[in-house]
Design a protein around this ligand. Structure first.
Ligand SMILES: Nc1ncnc2c1ncn2[C@@H]1O[C@H](COP(=O)(O)OP(=O)(O)O)[C@@H](O)[C@H]1O
Ligand SMILES: [Mg+2]
Length: 247
């Protein structure tokens, strides 16, 4: 239900060797939140999402998903990822499979659906992102924007509770950014819970319910988009945003 707590991150830290890249991160996500994470390159945004998706193991701290710590070794990662899915900057489609097969494989392997049910569901989500006419295409025949829409449909076909996006439009030619953001905007309106790392500030301002600004591995400031973009309290946030808005 809207507002129910889904994820709660407590005192999360991550080191690579001697490099402390996340320092004591605390934040939480509730049902139907659209959280945008902004911040300069190297601030730890991807590492945070990768910890949430079990692609990295936190060094210390907890990531509670409905009250269970997912850093626990007993958690089944593919199963968990079907609940908390991820869309990557570089699409990560299987290039030897068609668009339709890309959207079926996870359902068959992880959710143990039969082919017919997986196909029906894949078609539904490909329709939703406007990619139904391309079901038999291979990824190499598609534009970047089309590939990313397929990647979103593939993630949606698992019917996740939360979808994580790591700079979903950063690898795209400028004319393709809009079509992907439009799909994401629609998902937000439908109430999908999302955590989105992005440099698209207008999108973050218009679509998010919550904005997190990170720098140097810490959360410097967070709040509703109106206050982060309209009247940021911290000097670091002000400087980041003014650099962004004025090039
Ligand atoms: N696998 C890794 N091994 C070592 N260092 C890493 C690894 N992944 C990220 N880092 C370092 O962690 C820091 C944060 O990176 P990242 O999370 O990718 O930031 P962002 O996504 O905000 O650009 C950077 O200094 C980066 O070099
Ligand atoms: Mg990154």
């Amino acid at each position: 239900m809207k507002g129910d707590r889904i994820l709660e991150i407590r005192h999360l830290s991550k080191t690579f060797g001697t490099n402390l890249v996340l320092k004591d991160i605390d934040f939480s996500v509730s049902s139907q939140d659209v959280t945008c994470i902004i911040g300069a390159s190297g601030s730890g945004k991807s590492t945070l999402l990768r910890c949430l998706n079990l692609l990295e193991t936190p060094t210390t701290g907890e990531i509670m998903y409905h009250g269970t710590d997912i850093a626990d070794r007993k958690v089944n990662a593919p199963q968990y990822r079907s609940r908390v899915g991820m869309v990557f900057q570089s699409f990560n489609l299987f290039n030897n499979m068609t668009v339709l097969e890309n959207c079926m494989i996870g359902q068959i392997r992880v959710l143990k659906k039969n082919k017919g049910a997986a196909q029906k569901n894949a078609m539904y989500y490909l329709e939703k992102v406007g990619m139904a006419p391309y079901i038999n295409a291979k990824p190499r025949q598609l534009s970047g924007g089309q590939k990313q829409r397929v990647a979103i449909a593939r993630a949606l076909a698992m019917e996740p509770e939360v979808l994580l996006f790591d700079e979903p439009t950063s690898a795209l030619d400028p004319q393709m950014v809009g079509e992907v953001l439009e799909v994401m905007r629609k998902l937000a309106e439908e109430g999908l819970t999302m955590i989105i790392v992005t440099h698209e500030m207008a999108f973050a301002r218009d679509v998010s319910s919550h904005v997190v600004f990170m720098a140097g591995g810490v959360i410097v400031e967070e709040g509703p988009p109106k206050s982060i973009f309209g009247s940021p309290r911290e000097r670091q946030t002000q400087e980041f945003l003014s650099r962004f808005m004025h090039g």
